[in-house]
Ligand binder design. Structure first.
Ligand code: MD3
Ligand code: FE
Length: 225
């Protein structure tokens, strides 16, 4: 999010989460210092599961390209949305989640007050100019007591943040390179989306924005490591 350093009570390197709402926390720029390593991990995954665009159940191609790692990958096709243990493109299991990614997601969740976060799914989204994500809820996970941890890399985007009803007022906020957000509690089932990405150039990712979302797709929250 666009916070000037002078607006921060603590420097960006501190593990001090900012409360956005009940259960929702922002760690501004938390991933920026090791962005190279995040990118390297994503590239490792992409070598096994390349970017692809899926179709909505209605048959429209999505503008966001996706890949996955971890045990479960989110898939969308004519039969609906589901978590799948295999990549429909290769027929093989999804690439394993690099251990470093798992640890980072877990550390971010712990800082935000969710110490039992043990993600079994990581969705990787790629936005190019014009790509967007319409207002939706993430409700395909089996235990929504677990938060979702999201990491933004590359170009900044306008995040649309609504309420529990589709008709609720929508707030806008900028998600910047390195921002980490933890969505739990009452916000876990809030409507949200991304405005069409503006054309620009980022030093690390060029004309792209990547977003990683770590989830507990199937595991119950609270009894894991
Ligand atoms: C708020 N991705 O993949 S990340 C998605 O930037 C998704 O690619 C967006 O929405 C992106 O489902 C937004 C931030 C995010 C993720 C999950 C949430 C915000 C959330 C779940 C509940 C509330
Ligand atoms: Fe979402």
């Amino acid at each position: 999010m666009a916070l000037a350093d002078s607006d921060r009570l603590f420097g960006p390197a501190d593990d001090v989460p900012i409360a956005l709402d009940a259960g929702a926390w922002l760690l501004p720029g938390w991933a920026a210092g090791q962005a190279q390593r995040w990118v390297g991990c994503v590239q490792e995954v992409l070598a096994q599961a390349p970017w692809r665009t899926m179709r909505t159940p209605g048959g429209l191609p999505m503008s966001v390209a996706m890949s996955h790692c971890g045990r479960w990958g989110w898939v969308s096709d004519a039969s609906g949305y589901a978590y799948s243990a295999t990549d429909p493109h290769s027929g093989r299991p999804w690439p394993a989640m690099p251990e470093w990614l798992w640890e980072q997601a877990r550390a971010a969740a712990t800082v935000a007050g969710y110490p039992h976060f043990a993600p079994d799914s990581c969705l990787i989204n790629r936005y190019v100019a014009g790509a967007k994500m319409s207002l939706h809820r993430d409700a395909d996970e089996s235990d929504t007591r677990a938060p979702i941890v999201s990491i933004s890399l590359g170009l900044a985007a306008t995040f649309l943040w609504g309420g529990l009803e589709r008709s609720d007022r929508v707030r806008r906020m900028q998600l910047e390179h390195g921002d980490v957000l933890v969505w739990g509690g009452a916000t876990r089932l809030a409507y949200h989306g991304i405005s069409p990405l503006k054309d620009a150039v980022h030093p690390l990712l060029g004309s792209e924005r990547w977003n990683l979302t770590f989830r507990m797709a199937k595991a119950p929250y609270g009894c894991s490591p």
